[in-house]
Design a protein around this ligand. Sequence first.
Ligand SMILES: [Fe+2]
Ligand SMILES: [Fe+2]
Length: 461
Amino acid sequence: MPQADTSVDVRLSEVLSALTYALDLTEDQPEGHAIRNCMIGMTLADHMQLSSDQRSALFYALLLGDLGCSSNAAKVTSLFGADDRTTKLELKRIDSSNLLQSGLYLLRSAGRGEPLLPRLRRLLGLGLQATTLSSGLIRTRCERGAEIARQLGFPEDTAQAILDLDELWNGKGNPLGKKGEAISLLGRVLGFAQTVEIFYSAYGPEEARRVARQRRGTWFDPALVDLFFDTIAHGELFWQKLASKELITDIGAYEPPDRILHADQDKLDQIAEAFARVIDAKSPYTSRHSARVAEIVRLMAAELNLPPERRRDLSRAALLHDIGKLAVSNTILDKPDKLNDAEWAQMRSHTEYTYRILERVRGFRQLAQVASAHHERLDGSGYHRGLPGGEMSQEARLLAVADQYEALTAPRPYRAPLTSDQALKLLEGQVGTGIDPLAFQALRSAVEKGGVPAPAPKEDM
Ligand SMILES: [Fe+2]
Ligand SMILES: [Fe+2]
């Protein structure tokens, strides 16, 4: 695997803004959603009396507002009986505080394609518990997002803004129904910026302005809306910049110049661990998969005495190998039955997404090949490239074995977990054709020494 260039100074905003592509995919938002949120909020912040520390906290909260987005995906699928990504996208485009609009949306979409009776049962259940359900879904998402922001070392102002992202000025928001100035100022900016972005991306500037005006004093702080119209909403330059492709790579220009944050090697490890949590939260069946694959592969690398830099990169590749699963619906990831051909094709696309996401990220680019090759097999029958063994690096071979062992010993929607002995036996049968002999040997030694952590049980939703 090509080594990371440790001499290069990586800006934290470069790493994290590139990773927001994965968050946009989770929510089915158009590419650049989080980055445009950030630009809208920071442009507004230029006209507000904020300290540099607050601006910095706001910059990262705007970028990472969706950090908790994967944590309610499985629940959305099971409640609505529909694709979590489409449902979330559509819910963002209706006025969820409007009973009529929400009711019509439910009638149109929940349980689409189900037989009449189960569908009626689902609709009744959703209708009766609508308030509790939506507050629960948003609570999970906001609390998890805030928790990961804290894990990444961001200040409490950033975490608080993420917690308040879906609160509304009139007190009818979620999860706590905070009202007016009880909602943190940065949280109000986040809520406003995300809505303007969603309507701008879907329908253009005119609709974004209309929604901002219409929801003044109900959803949004009137002072923020007035500031938006007094300063930026009518300026052509603002909308041009928002539409420009360059914004995706140039968002760092909006970070407060006297508070530029950098990512050293430890910070990159922390980011890989934080995103592993985002990935693992997507499905209750894989609630510790990435973290455990990384633990297993680290033990295997130790068995083979790999040098420290290669171990570090291998561990990061393991933490991020399934990041492409964020682009796959939970209707497929959590399906208890056999997948049909179209569903399989989507499932298999996750490694390609892993490649596409990681190749954008400065600091993680060198991991893209290894991380995305974890379903390849020595005989070339794997996916997504069908690479023959000769083209798989040693790291890719190790990761492929660790991934399979972890998956076999953890519960899945369609089967119970295998014991360690059963999993080793099954893998042994593939040595030389599917999996690398040396990698298998390293796994067996690590397992025999007893260091491999026990699998996590299926998480309650
Ligand atoms: Fe995978
Ligand atoms: Fe995996």
